[in-house]
Ligand binder design. Structure first.
Ligand SMILES: [Zn+2]
Length: 92
């Protein structure tokens, strides 16, 4: 296989795998992804579902994300946000 073929077939590697929430986001239908993304990235307010509620909703829909992962992702302390120095296991 030549260089051009390999370049075309190689996906860009990332510095680390996204957390389980990030993986889920990449797998959801656009409509669900946007809705979940919205809730996770909005400032917390009394009108938004809590981490626990998000966790429950995802579980009901068959997505076994840990409650801990939801909270971490929401606080941007997970592997999806690699610029965060506090991210565990990130060695740069
Ligand atoms: Zn994440």
């Amino acid at each position: 296989m030549g260089i051009s073929n390999k370049l075309q077939q190689t996906k860009r590697s990332t510095s680390g795998l996204p957390c389980s929430v990030g993986v889920l986001l990449s797998e959801l239908e656009p409509e669900d992804r946007e809705a979940l993304q919205d809730v996770l990235t909005s400032e917390k307010s009394s009108t938004l579902p809590s981490n626990r509620q998000i966790f429950e909703i995802l579980k009901e829909e068959g997505h076994y994300i840990t409650f801990y992962a939801v909270g971490n992702h929401r606080r941007k302390q997970c592997r999806c946000f690699s610029s965060n120095a506090e991210v565990e296991g990130e060695d740069k």
